[in-house]
Design a protein around this ligand. Structure first.
Ligand code: PEP
Length: 246
């Protein structure tokens, strides 16, 4: 049995005061049921705060992005080693907002996943098709291509990632994939993981895209869905905790 992992992606939201309240409630109320794991990926300026608020608790924390480079003249970038110094367990890489708004290619995402692993972080690698790609029947080829770039770069380290299937048309739109639509892609991704590396069969594959407390249970019940990457709903403690317990 694989654990269920629920990860909050705060995106570019938060502030010292709000974060204190949210992190404090999560810490006080998360009782870590067996087989359930919880994490929050916060904006990098708040990693120190997340570390202070969550150290010693059952809740992990992480970054939302890292550079593919180690160090040097890359103004504004933040390296994986830097965020690792704040006790992060995870780093999201290849979120569709990074791919679309910041032009990150499959190769860049793969290099970021490598950089995260090198710094001792678990990369949460996001893949997913746009609405146009789904309607053109390209979902399978798109996610296979995106995962293929990561698997080619990581080789036998592929087993150390967390994978997140996030259909772009479902992110922040209120339009969730049906459990069957999500399960079909998750089953495909699991078979691609197994084909790429025999040790990668137990990689956790999370679903992301408008997950809420009232649709999480039906999604997480699917055999190849190992939890969720949660955007908007991770900013409300009660909603996020309800998803984590679903
Ligand atoms: C996300 O940002 O990864 C995400 C899934 O967002 P939302 O839950 O708001 O759709």
């Amino acid at each position: 049995m694989r654990d269920k992992l629920v990860v909050g992606n705060w995106k570019m939201n938060g502030g010292l005061k709000q974060n204190d309240a949210l992190l404090g409630t999560l810490r006080a109320e998360w009782n870590a049921p067996a087989g359930r794991r919880l994490a929050v990926c916060v904006p990098s300026p708040y990693l120190f705060q997340a570390q202070a608020a969550l150290s010693g608790s059952a809740i992990a924390w992480g970054a939302q992005n890292v550079s593919d480079r180690d160090a040097g003249a890359f103004t504004g970038e933040i390296s994986a080693a830097m965020v690792a110094e704040f006790g992060c367990r995870y780093a999201i890489v290849g979120h569709s907002e990074r791919r679309t708004l910041h032009g990150e290619s499959d190769a860049t995402v793969a290099a970021k996943a490598s950089a995260a692993l090198k710094a001792g972080l678990t990369p949460i690698v996001c893949v997913g098709e746009t609405l146009e790609e789904r309607e053109a029947g390209s979902t399978e080829s798109v996610v296979t291509r995106q995962l293929g770039a990561v698997s080619a770069a990581l080789g036998s380290k592929l087993a150390a990632i967390v994978l997140a299937y996030e259909p772009v048309w479902a992110i922040g739109t209120g339009r969730t994939a049906t459990p069957q639509q999500a399960q079909d892609v998750h089953r495909l991704l699991r078979s691609r993981l197994a084909a790429a590396d025999a040790t990668a069969t137990d990689v956790l594959v999370l679903y992301g895209g408008s997950v809420k407390a009232d649709n999480a249970k039906a999604l997480f019940r699917c055999p190849d869905i190992d939890g969720g990457l949660i955007g908007g709903a991770s900013l409300k403690a009660d909603e996020f905790l309800a998803i984590a317990r679903a």
